[in-house]
Design a protein around this ligand. Sequence first.
Ligand code: FE2
Length: 154
Amino acid sequence: MDIGINESNRKQVADKLQKLLADEHVLYIKTRNYHWNLRAANFAELHEFYEEQYGELEEAIDEVAERIRMIGFLSIGRMSEYLKLTELEEGKELTDAGEQVANLKKDHESIIKYLRKCIGDFEDLEDMGSADFVTALMQQHEKMRWMLESFLPK
Ligand SMILES: [Fe+2]
């Protein structure tokens, strides 16, 4: 393929996106787990809120995987590889709403910091399309993080 970025640069971008794909999967599963096993006074509200969030993560997962394909590589699609690549921890089972929300917020913060670094890295690798892509995704995670934080006491 010839889209004006050499193969070595495309590969470096793709590898960073694979790690992101792994993190997004872990966060997706965790959010879904909490949606199921939540115990809270405001159960209905938070149950639905988690559903919106994992729906958004599911779309993000698809976009990350397809971005990797667009720059010329196969996307990782196996759980065993995600678990090796991710920096997020699945942790123990949580049912308490406050603990769940705090845990999810922390994971979004990890992803935001990772994405912020990716923006500069992708620019250095001359892949402005991927830099733009991760910039938008970072903003999406910033919004999700803020919404989670709004459920926590000040
Ligand atoms: Fe459900």
